[in-house]
Design a binder for this molecule. Structure first.
Ligand code: PLP
Length: 262
């Protein structure tokens, strides 16, 4: 999933995204996440760039494996194709690393950023690696609110807080405890929860139960979660969430599954 701009929709081959908005931009081909052969077949000399989410969000919380990202980087370099990573949802600390791709050691040619960058204030950005940075010059592209000083100040403040409050370290430490507690729910309620996936503060619970029943019951108890992909619920706590708040999330989910079992 790459958002609802026209390019973003064209890059998201799902009826629920593209329906009602066709014709799409031409020129997109689709490989499968974590399947390097599927990209090997598609990347020929008509291809300019490969664009993927480092962790698929809307699709249901599917992380790109480190080995897949490394092989994809090698393939793109060998065939002179840009590797662009969408870190709009998984970037800015959400995975416990500043960027979700970082632990793989790859260097992408461009990174798309938004959401967490402004901590709620609307801002989006693209970060291009050195040989490509000059492709965009002032005026070559733009939006009405692009380059907004207030949004940039909000983003700067967000980056300062992530650093000064050691949020990455906190997310790493808290998430291992939280994931273990969520795994406990998978074991306790196998009739409702099939598995847990995710990294840091970006977690999906794959359900056997209808996800809207779970999101509604959780909301009624004060926990906001969203559906994703096929029968998955997405847990995306604030990057400042404490262990107590994460424990409350697990407790509420436990209550929801217990009530659904009754
Ligand atoms: C992975 C990803 N990319 C991009 C976007 C940006 O969407 P939009 O351009 O519609 O704001 C989103 C929004 O949810 C997203 O999750």
């Amino acid at each position: 999933f790459h958002g609802r701009t026209f390019g973003g929709m064209a890059a998201t081959p799902q009826e629920k995204i593209q329906g009602g908005f066709r014709p799409m931009l031409a020129g997109f081909k689709f490989g499968q996440l974590n399947n390097i052969e599927s990209f090997d077949k598609l990347v020929d000399d008509t291809v300019a760039a490969v664009f993927i989410e480092s962790i698929q969000g809307e699709g249901g919380i599917f992380p790109a494996e480190d080995s897949f990202l490394q092989e994809l980087r090698a393939l793109c370099t060998e065939r002179s194709v840009l590797l662009m990573l969408d870190e709009v949802q998984c970037g800015i600390g959400r995975s416990g690393h500043f960027f979700a791709f970082e632990k793989s050691g790859v260097k992408p040619d461009a990174i798309g950023l938004a959401k967490g960058l402004g901590a709620g204030f609307p801002i989006g950005a693209i970060w291009a690696a050195e040989p490509y940075a000059e492709l965009f010059e002032p005026g070559s592209h733009g939006t009405t609110f692009g380059g907004n000083p207030l949004a940039c100040a909000a983003a700067n403040a967000t980056l300062d807080i992530i650093e000064e409050d050691s949020l990455l370290e906190q997310i790493m430490a808290n998430s291992s405890i939280w994931h273990a507690a969520l795994q406990g729910l998978v074991e306790q309620y196998p009739q409702h929860v099939a598995s847990m996936r995710g990294v840091g503060y970006m977690v999906g619970l794959a359900l056997h139960t209808d996800s809207s029943a779970v999101t509604t019951a959780a909301r009624d108890k004060g926990l906001l979660i969203v559906p994703a992909g096929h029968n998955t619920v997405r847990l995306l706590p604030a990057l400042t969430a404490t262990l107590e708040e994460l424990a409350a999330c697990t407790r509420i989910l436990g209550e929801v599954f217990a009530e659904l079992s009754a």
